[in-house]
Design a protein around this ligand. Sequence first.
Ligand code: 3H9
Length: 684
Amino acid sequence: MTVSLTRHGAFAVVCVDHPPVNALSQAVRQGLWEMVGTLDALDDVLAVILICAGRTFIAGADVSEFGKPPLEPHLRDLVTRIETARKPWIAAIHGSALGGGFEIALTCRYRVALASASVGLPEVNLGIVPGAGGTVRTPRFAGIEAAVELVTTGKPVRAPKAKQMGLIDAVIEGDLLEGSLAFARTCDFVHLPALAQDRGSGAVEPDFWTTAEAALLKCVRGEEAPLRALACIKAATERSFAGALAFERETFLALRGSRQASAMRHVFFCERAAPRPSELNGVTPRPVRTVGVIGGGTMGAGIATACRDAGLPVILIEQDPSALGRGLANLSRIYDGAGTGGRISAQQAADKVRGVTGQTDMAALAEADLVIEAVFEDLAVKRDVFARLASHCRSDAILATNTSYLDPQRIFEGLPHPERFLALHFFSPAQVMTLLEIVPTAQTDPSVLAAGFALARVMNTIPVRAGICDGFIGNRMLKVLRAQAERVLLAGATPAAVDSAMRAFGQPMGPFEAQDLGGLDIAAFQRQAARERGETIFAPVAERLVALGRLGQKTQAGWYDYPGGSRQGQESAVVAKAIDEADSAASVPRRSWSESQIVDALVLPVVNEGARILAEGIAARACDIDLVAIHGYGFPRWLGGPMHWAQAEGLADVVARLETLAAEGLADPVCDGLRERSRTGEGF
Ligand code: 3H9
C-alpha cells in the first residue's frame, strides 16, 4: 500500500511508502486525500501522525510528472485539505522534507523531526517556485528574512536549525515513531497552534526588498526562479493569504513550462543517472578503503583533501622530506581555509589532517587499495612513477593517473596487470570541484572502472566516463571555446566585450578573465606539449602575451592590466596591439559584434565539438557532455549544458547559424554528426 494506516490508541499513524523518495505521485496524493476523509470520520481518533517508510520523508512533487497533464487530486488542494482537516495532523520527519513534502508538513498542526533530518524548499534548483503554498506559509512560521534565504537559495536546513527558525516544533531523539507518539501525548489538541493563514507574516525595513533583490541580482546571472521566488514572498507579505497563494500559483505555472525549468529538470535527471551508468549494472566495484596520493602540489593536496573529506585514510608520497613538508603544509592550508570559512570546525580540520600519513618511500603503499598519481604533466615522469608503483603495490591495487591531456594508454604501456589502470581527471581545486572524468584504457577491468564511479559517489562529485582523446571531454571543448574567443578578437571584438557577453550568457567569468585568474602559462605549456605531439593550436594572441611575460593576475598583466596588483582588470593598450599584430598576420575582416553574436561564435562551435565527441564515442551520452560543461566549466545550469541548450535552440537553427559562421571563416564546418541529428530530428 502506498499510503497505509495503523492505530496506536487514540492516534492514527499514516505511513507513505513510495520508494525511492516518497515523491508525491498521483497515487500518494490520492492515498493521502482519502486518508483525511477516513480519519475525519473516526470519532475515536485524537490526532494523526504522518510518517514515511524508507530513506526519507516526502522529498517533493514527483518531478517526472512535470510536463505531463496534471492529475487530480492536485497538491495545492491536498495541502488545504490536511490544513483544514477535523483531526490535527503531525508531520514526523526523517531524511528530507523537501518542496511539496515540506509544504505538506507546513499544513500539519505540528512538525517533529530527527536531528539528522532536513527541511527545505529546493524548487529554484528546478527552475520553479514552490507551488503549494511554500512561499506563503514559510514567512508566517519563520519570518520574512529566513523565508527569503530558504526559498531563494533552495538550500535545506537541518532540524535543529529549523527548530530555531520556528519551522519545526521538536527534535526527536531515538525512534521517530515512538518519539512522535510521545510528543503527541504532550500536545494540547484543544488549543491548537494557529494555522498559517491566521498568523501575521511579519514586517521588514522599507528598503528590505530592494536590497534583497539587488543581492540576488548579483549572483543569479540570468537565472529566473530565485527572483520570482522573492516576488512571491513579497506578495505573501502584502496580499491576503488567498491572494498570495494565487500569485504563487500563477508564478509556479508560468515557470513550470519555461525553458529554464526544462533545462534544470534535464540536469536533475542527468546528475542522478550519472553515478549509475547502465554498462556497469551488476559490476561490483573493487573496494577502496585506503588511498595513496603521489605528489603534494596543488592538485595532489586537493585530491588528498577530497579523499579525507570522503572519510578515506590517505598516504601522501613525496620524493624527499622537504617536498613532503611542503605537500603536508599545502594540505593543512586547505583545511585552515575551510576552518575559517566555518564549513568545518578547527577540531574537525585537525582530525582530517591527522588522517594523512606523509611518506617518502613508496613501500608505504604496499597495502593501499587505490593510488592516485598527481605529479608533473609529463609522459616520462608519469611513466617512471607507475613503473615504481607497479613494483610496490599489490597486484590488485587500482593505479590511477590524474592527467588532463596525456594519453593514459601510453602512460601505462608495458606495465604488468594492465586491467588495474585508469585515469581519474580531477578538476582544480580538487577539494571543491564537483566533477570527475573517469577514463578507462582498453584493458581496464569493469570492477576498476566501477571503483572510479564508487569513489566519485563517496566524494560527492559527478562522475563522467570519457574516452581517450586530447583533453578528454572537458578540455577538448575548452580548447575550442578559447580558440573561438581569439577568432572573435581578430574579427574586431575586444576581450572585455567577449567576457561581458559570456557573463551575460550566464558563465561566472568570461574566457579571458578566467585565463588571467588561472595563469596563461598553464595553457601555454599545454600548447607546447600539443605542438610536440604534432598538433596545430590556434592561440595567436595568447602566444604573444606569454612571450611578453603577461601571464595573468600573478604578473599584474595578462589579457587585462592589473595596476598595483588590483584584482579588477583594465583594458590594455598592449593587448590591443597584440591583437592588431595577430590580426594583420591572419588578415581577418573586422566587424562589430553584438552580445548574442559573440555567444554564438563561442558556444555553437563547442556544440559542434560536442557532436564530434559523441560521434567518436568519447562521451557515451549527450547529458555527460552537459554535466562536464556545468560542473567543470561553469556552463549555466539553467541552460542545461551546451547540448541541451542547442537542442532547445533547435538543431536546424543551430546548424544554419554555424554554417554562417563557417562561411565567414569564424568556425569549423558543421560536423556530420550534428548535421545528421538535425536532419533526422534525433536530437541529443
Ligand atoms: C516540488 O515539490 C514542487 C512543489 O512545490 C509544488 C508542486 C505543485 N521526483 O538523489 P537520489 C529520484 S518540486 C521524482 O540519488 P539521495 C531520483 O531521480 C520537487 N523522482 O537520492 C533517483 O531515481 P533513480 C522538490 C525523484 O538519497 C532516486 O529518486 N524536491 C525526486 O541521494 C534517488 O535520488 C526536490 O527537488 C522527485 N522529487 O537523495 C528534491 N527526488 O534511482 C529532489 C528524487 O531512478 N531530490 N527522485 O535514479 C533530492 O534532493 C534527493 O533525491 C533526496 C535524496 C535528498 C531526496
